[in-house]
Each structure stands twice: as structure tokens, then as C-alpha cells.
Design a protein around this ligand. Structure first.
Ligand SMILES: Nc1ncnc2c1ncn2[C@@H]1O[C@H](COP(=O)(O)OP(=O)(O)O)[C@@H](O)[C@H]1O
Ligand SMILES: O=P(O)(O)OC[C@H](O)CO
Length: 513
């Protein structure tokens, strides 16, 4: 049997397990989509039991298939949708409420009250955590659950409840209730983790009303998170001598894992991942760069106790717009069909979509806005709407690129190449429009499952399969490069219309609040 690594990628719309060999090639893969729940306007929930059963079943399927091909995983790396919050019982491992998903806006009022009650508090939170006060992050989600599920605050104080992001919940289940841990990247998305001192911050715990007792221990991304015995039966099919338990030794939030999978290890290297949302992450090295452009300062990875920081622009709706066009509007048979339809639409297409379905992320941070479409005529059909959806993701990326490029203390983006990955990066039409609008080179790697790959690299580092980040860096290879072909006049026209559409959407939200 050849050496391999099992990566668990628990994303917003699906759970995947991928077995990689040492070179980073995919040996086997299994995936399960799961239901998104929208109980109220702006609310998004997942069923933790569905997430759990899906993860177990994809892991078993991927391990089985890998063994059949002559590969035996020796460790597990985990990556996950970040910020999504679960509170569960220490005794039973059962969640006391559904997972509140990162996109969920229900705690907007709590965030506003905090800011109104204590002017200047956001600057303090931002200085310590690199984040803003926004419903996106985990702290207000934990507090909301503890305040709404009867008796849970008292239970938390008695040590009966545990809380965490999805990685933490999965590790608790995978280690059968032995380890309540998380990694520094996931912790850095909670609003209560001090990214400079690497501790849960007492002042912030008090501010957000989160009891320290419910929180996991925070570890380096490549470290010992516990051992999983749950797949021993499947592992046994490799033979009696085969190792059966699997150490979990790499963990990172999905966007940071993608930074690693894209081998963006040097300051100035930047990637954008197009899954449900889009997240542009720029490596800024050992110095945290404080944003003047409403971007987030976050932990890129922490290895051997050394933190590499990053600047992040977060967009809530990217592939989710394509999903909406497919599932709700029924304009597409599949997400891939969006390319064929968009190709039918010329440069004159004037429909502009602002996909603020769950508010707007960076750089606007407006939780109250909702989606809008402008410029519909009697000629507008499915193709125009689909092109508008794809273009809206590009325009949002332009906003991030502009914001990151304007940061005074960040590495210069003028000659930077943007590395892309995630579900939407399969779409060539989208990537060409992206290159045209950014006026920059866009590179897609051979392996676009970079999120899972990053988690596998971390586990491989810790388990000794790789010696260093340099060794990992050499494995990155390019599949395609997209370069701008658009005339500046046309680019400016598109950008002007986008800016007008965003302004109108914000104005509508303000006037109807
Ligand atoms: N060829 C494509 N063109 C446009 N969008 C796509 C394409 N393939 C997948 N997507 C979109 O990518 C998203 C899935 O990407 P993925 O990286 O798996 O997301 P996540 O990790 O958030 O679940 C879906 O929203 C889907 O609509
Ligand atoms: O599920 P994704 O890939 O869109 O990623 C979700 C992010 O981690 C949210 O911050």
C-alpha cells in the first residue's frame, strides 16, 4: 500500500472526503450535498446530524476506494466552512440547536446594539481580532444560541455544553468525545480570539457574553488534534498489518486551507476561492496588516508556533448566485451550463445583478441589503440573467482587488497574479471576464480542490510526509492562465454601472429599513 492522506472538506453546500497521494494527486473522492435551511429572512442553518452522517459516509467511501487502488491513508486533515457555529452537549455530543451558518444575519441587531452602546468598541475589537463587529462571525451566534435555547446559559456555566466551529464539532465526534480543540485560523474568525497574543480574549468574551468554559483549546494548524478510531473496519480491508486508527493532524478553515493548497506562502501572493461565497486572501507575512479599507486581518496559518497573517476580502454570494439561478429561478439545468448561456450574451448586455441575498460583505458590510437586478428589458432572458449572475461575482472581486490594492501597508498588487480555485473556477467564461475586469493575470492550478489539498498538506507536514512548506510549494502546477483582452473604456463602463447598482441597492435598503 502506498502512503496517502485523507482530507475532509466540510463546505457550505457539501461535504467531501478526498484521499491524496504524497505528490498531491487525487486518488479517490466522495461528496454529499446537504440541505440549506432558510427559516426566516436572512437566516441560514444546517442540521449538524446531517453534516456528521455525511462526513462519515464520504470518509468511508473515499478510504474504501483508495484502498482498492492500493493507497492507505495514514492521517487526516480537516478543513471547513468557517464561522458556522454549533453548540452541543458534552455528554451526548448532540447539538442543542442547528448550526448557524456564516451567512446568517440574525444577530445584526445584537451587533448594532453593541456598537451603539459603546462607541469606539469596534476599533478595540478590530485591533485585537482583525475583524469588524458583524453577524458573520461566531461570537454573536454562540450568544444567540445560549440566550434562546432555554436553560442553556446555565448549562454552559455548569460545563455541560461545548461550542465551536464545524472543525471543532467534527473533531469531538471523530475522537468520540475526547478532544475539544480547534486551530488558530478557525479561532481567528470568532470575534473573541486575540490574533496577536493567540488567546481567547477576556474583555471580548465579556463583551460578547461568551463563557470561556464552552470554548475549545486553540492549536497550531499542523499539530495533534486527536486520534480517530471510527474507520477501523474500513481500514482493515487493507489487511491485518495495516494501521487502523488515524491521527487528525492538520486543521484549517477552508479559505486558509486554500491559501496553503495554492502554495501562497510568500508575502504578496494572493488567491481567490469561488465556492458558495468568494474569499480573496493575501499573504502579508509575519506582520498583521491593519486594514484601512474594511478588509479583515486574519491568521493565514500558524505552524510551529509562528503565525503568518493575511488580509481577506469576503463576499457572501458567489457560486450561491449560480445555485440560485439553477435551483430557485430554474434557468439552468446545471451550474456548468452557466458558461454556455453566458457565451450567448455580448458585451452590450446591460443587466446588472447585485446578489446581496444575505447582505453585503467586504468592503460594504451592509447586513440589511438584499438582492436586486437592474436594466431588465423585454429582450432579457435566461442567458442575460445568467451572465449578470456570473458578472456580479467578478464585479465584487473587482471591489476587493481595488480595496486590497489600496491598502498602504500591504504588499503591492500591481504585478500580482491571482490564483483561483473552488467550484466556479471550472468556468472559463467567468475566469476570462475576471481577467478582463481586473486587468490582471488569473491562474488556475491543476488541482482546483485546493481547500482539501491544503488540509492534506498540513496533516502531511505534521506526520512527516513533507519536510517543509518549500517542499509543498514545488508541487503547485498551473492548468491555465487567463489574461485581459478588454479595452479600458468597456471595463470602465461596466464598473460605473456596477457602482451605480450597488449605491441604489444600499439606498433602497436604507429607505425601507
Ligand atoms: N462550472 C461552473 N460554473 C459556475 N459555477 C459553478 C460551476 N461549477 C460549480 N459552480 C458553483 O460552485 C459552487 C460549489 O463550489 P464549492 O467549491 O464546492 O463550494 P462550497 O465549498 O462552498 O460548498 C456552487 O455554488 C456551484 O453553483
Ligand atoms: O463554503 P465556502 O467554500 O464558500 O467557504 C465559506 C467560508 O469559509 C465562510 O467564511
Amino acid at each position: 500500500m502506498q502512503a496517502a492522506i485523507l482530507a475532509i472538506d466540510q463546505g457550505t453546500t457539501s461535504s467531501r472526503a478526498i484521499v491524496f497521494d504524497k505528490s498531491g494527486a487525487i486518488i479517490s473522492t466522495a461528496q454529499q450535498e446537504f440541505a440549506q435551511m432558510f427559516p426566516e429572512d436572512g437566516w441560514v442553518e444546517h442540521d449538524p446530524e446531517t453534516i456528521w452522517s455525511g462526513v462519515v459516509s464520504v470518509c468511508k467511501a473515499a478510504i474504501c476506494d483508495a484502498i482498492r487502488k492500493g493507497y492507505l491513508p495514514s492521517c487526516i486533515g480537516i478543513t471547513n466552512q468557517r464561522e458556522t457555529t454549533i453548540v452541543w452537549e458534552r455528554d451526548t455530543g448532540k447539538a442543542i440547536y442547528n448550526a448557524i451558518v456564516w451567512q446568517d444575519r440574525r444577530t445584526d441587531a445584537i451587533c448594532r446594539e453593541l456598537k451603539d452602546a459603546r462607541p469606539g468598541i469596534e476599533a478595540i475589537v478590530s485591533a485585537k481580532t482583525g475583524l469588524l463587529i458583524d453577524p458573520y462571525f461566531s461570537a454573536t451566534k454562540i450568544a444567540w444560541i445560549l440566550d434562546r435555547v432555554e436553560g442553556s446559559r446555565q448549562r454552559a456555566e455548569r460545563g455541560e455544553l461545548l461550542a465551536g466551529t464545524v472543525d471543532s464539532f467534527l473533531i469531538w465526534r471523530l475522537t468520540e468525545g475526547r478532544n475539544h480543540v480547534t486551530d488558530a485560523t478557525n479561532a481567528s474568525r470568532t470575534n473573541i480570539f486575540n490574533i496577536h497574543d493567540n488567546i481567547w480574549d477576556d474583555e471580548l468574551l465579556d463583551l460578547f457574553q461568551v463563557p470561556a468554559k464552552v470554548l475549545p483549546q486553540v492549536q497550531d494548524c499542523a499539530s495533534d488534534f486527536g486520534t480517530c478510531h471510527l474507520f477501523e473496519e474500513v481500514m482493515a480491508s487493507a489487511g491485518d498489518d495495516a494501521r487502523k486508527s488515524l491521527p487528525i493532524c492538520g486543521v484549517a478553515g477552508d479559505q486558509q486551507a486554500a491559501l496553503i493548497g495554492q502554495a501562497c506562502f510568500k508575502p504578496g501572493m494572493v488567491k481567490s476561492t469561488y465556492g458558495t461565497g468568494c474569499f480573496m486572501v493575501l499573504n502579508t507575512g509575519s506582520t498583521p496588516v491593519r486594514s484601512s479599507q474594511n478588509l479583515l486581518t486574519t491568521i493565514g496559518y500558524r505552524i510551529n508556533g509562528e503565525t503568518c497573517y493575511a488580509l481577506e476580502g469576503s463576499i457572501f454570494i458567489a457560486g450561491a448566485a449560480v445555485q440560485w439561478l439553477r435551483d430557485r429561478m430554474q434557468l439552468l439545468g446545471s451550474s456548468a451550463e452557466s458558461k454556455t448561456l453566458a457565451e450567448q450574451v455580448g458585451e452590450k448586455n446591460d443587466v446588472v445583478m447585485v446578489p446581496a441575498f444575505t447582505g453585503m460583505g467586504a468592503p460594504y458590510w451592509n447586513a440589511r441589503t438584499r438582492g436586486a437586478v437592474y436594466g431588465i428589458t423585454r429582450n432579457t432572458g435566461a442567458a442575460e440573467m445568467v451572465a449578470a449572475g456570473l458578472r456580479s461575482v467578478v464585479y465584487q472581486t473587482c471591489d476587493l482587488w481595488e480595496a486590497i490594492g489600496s491598502e498602504e501597508n500591504a504588499p503591492d498588487l500591481r504585478n500580482a497574479i491571482l490564483r483561483v480555485d473552488g467550484g466556479m473556477s471550472a468556468n472559463d467564461w467567468f475566469l476570462q471576464f475576471l481577467a478582463d475586469m481586473l486587468d490582471a493575470d488569473i491562474e488556475r492550478p491543476e488541482i482546483t480542490e485546493t481547500t482539501a489539498l491544503g488540509a492534506a498538506y498540513l496533516a502531511g507536514l505534521q506526520s512527516g510526509l513533507y519536510a517543509s512548506l518549500e517542499e509543498i510549494s514545488e508541487k503547485w502546477s498551473r492548468n491555465a492562465c487567463f489574461q485581459s483582452k478588454m479595452a479600458p473604456k468597456q471595463r470602465n463602463r461596466y464598473l460605473k454601472r456596477w457602482a451605480a447598482a450597488v449605491n441604489a441597492t444600499i439606498l433602497f435598503a436604507e429607505q425601507t429599513a
